[in-house]
Ligand binder design. Structure first.
Ligand code: AMP
Ligand code: GLY
Length: 430
């Protein structure tokens, strides 16, 4: 199949690897991709947020399926532009992507659909925020009401910090004050064609920068899949109480959701509660979910994009477990240092069952040692999250050991990674 993948992260690299693993003959193009993606498939310099350019390219080149990775093209209406030309696209319309882009819209849909979530109120002024914060009580949850690149959420016991966060984000719009939900977090991805849903395997993400869930929130520092501490009926319960009601409410709003419904959940004593929806695959969860997928990915994405998910059986997953550890640049998430050499790629990728999925990597002409291959010696960092090192194993210990053995062979000056990814997956931990 001729497929165009939009995006440039390790998530898109994982999508492309899954497509190639299913059929090496797929004709895949990535826009813009990165250095690792360019090693696997054709990459082009089209701006993924430019709907006219993307749709024009897809039409001119006979693309049969467009897969949108990140949220920015969705919010910019790129899916609409592609769909208008009659080309199947996996990714919701601009209107449906508000499920991620506007937390207030998401709350309204959840309310309409009766979806279990934390109580929340929108505040437009500091007085309103203060009044709501005091009424809700500690721990305080204050969220920017819009896309905030992972920085908009503060969970704290410190009332002054909560008020300061509200004050800062009120300069950019409204804020949401939310009820604190206690429990463990899990991500569940569901493919949707606007009417039906099919679940992928659950994953857990590690959002904080440092071991022990300390430090600032990030885009995600690691993940594992499956999630053995979940109850057996967890996926069915999420489908019944959360995913299907949401998809139905979106259809009723005349904004059918076609693409990936990412349910960010907290498993409370009373059952799963939504903390956020995203309108796309999660990063880094995708890097641990897709390597375990046995069912061909292209067929699933195409069926969702063309409204044909109804008769499709649930995707199957290998019994193997996957652990992914993100290697990030010095200064991430505040001010990542770029242009640093990435060394040890060959040695790291030689560790059994390991994949090095590229995110912020680029090829640069830096001084090289003539005895090494170009792909190690000229690879440099170009942003915050540089690589996701993913390992499969038959147990979490085995997958963890492989992932950390591989990451130990990689060197980036000032590079950062967590050492506790998938260290505590047993039911009692966390
Ligand atoms: P979000 O960007 O909405 O996913 O929030 C970022 C992180 O803040 C989440 O991954 C949770 O760890 C935490 N969080 C968000 N909302 C809540 C809540 N209502 N209760 C407890 N923790 C929350
Ligand atoms: N892993 C969190 C996200 O993709 O938003």
């Amino acid at each position: 199949m001729r497929i165009l993948v939009l995006g440039s992260g390790a998530r898109e690299h994982a999508i492309i690897r899954a497509l190639l693993a299913e059929d090496a003959d797929h004709d895949i193009t990535a826009a813009p991709g990165n250095a690792g993606i360019a090693d696997d498939v054709r990459t082009i310099g089209i701006d993924p947020n430019d709907g006219v350019a993307v749709a024009g390219y897809a039409e001119a080149h006979g693309v049969e399926l467009v897969v949108v990775g990140p949220e920015a093209p969705l919010v910019a209406g790129v899916s609409d532009a592609v769909r208008e030309r009659g080309i199947p696209v996996f990714g919701p319309s601009k209107a449906a992507a508000k499920l991620e882009g506007s937390k207030a819209f998401a709350k309204r849909i959840m309310e309409a659909a009766g979806v279990p979530t934390g109580r929340a109120e929108v505040a437009g002024t500091l007085d309103e925020a203060r009044e709501t914060i005091d009424r809700f009580g500690a721990p305080y949850v204050v969220k920017a009401n819009g896309l905030a690149a992972g920085k908009g959420v503060l969970v704290t016991d410190d009332r002054d910090a909560a008020l300061e966060h509200a004050r800062q984000w009120l300069e950019h719009g409204t804020v949401l004050i939310e009820e604190f939900l206690a429990g463990r977090e899990v991500s569940l991805f569901l493919l949707s064609d606007g009417e039906h849903v099919l679940p992928l395997s659950p994953a857990q993400d590690y959002k904080r920068l440092l071991d022990g869930d300390e430090g600032p929130n990030t885009g995600g520092m690691g993940a594992y899949s499956p999630v053995p501490w979940l109850e057996e009926n967890f996926v069915d319960e999420v489908i019944k109480t959360i995913a299907l009601p949401t998809i139905r409410a979106m259809a009723e709003e005349q904004t059918p959701f076609i693409g990936l419904l990412y349910c960010g959940l907290i498993v409370t004593d009373a059952g799963p509660r939504v903390i956020e929806f995203n309108a796309r695959f999660g990063d880094p969860e995708t890097q641990v979910v897709l390597p375990r997928l046995v069912t061909p990915l292209s067929g699933l994405l195409y069926a969702a994009a063309t409204g044909e998910l109804g008769g499709v059986p649930r995707p199957e997953f290998a019994l193997d477990v996957a652990v992914g550890v993100v290697l990030a640049s010095e200064g991430y998430p505040e001010a990542p240092v770029t242009g640093r050499a990435i060394l040890g790629m060959d040695a790291a990728s030689a560790v059994p069952e390991v994949q090095l999925l590229h995110a912020a990597t680029d090829i640069a002409a830096i001084a090289t040692d003539a005895t090494s291959s170009w792909s190690t010696e000229t690879l440099v960092t170009s942003g915050g999250r540089v690589l996701t090192v993913v390992a499969l194993g038959s147990t979490f210990d085995e997958a963890r050991e492989r992932a950390y053995e591989a990451i130990g062979k990689l060197t980036i000056e000032g590079g950062q990674f967590r050492t506790d990814i998938a260290a505590a997956v047993a039911p009692a931990a966390h």
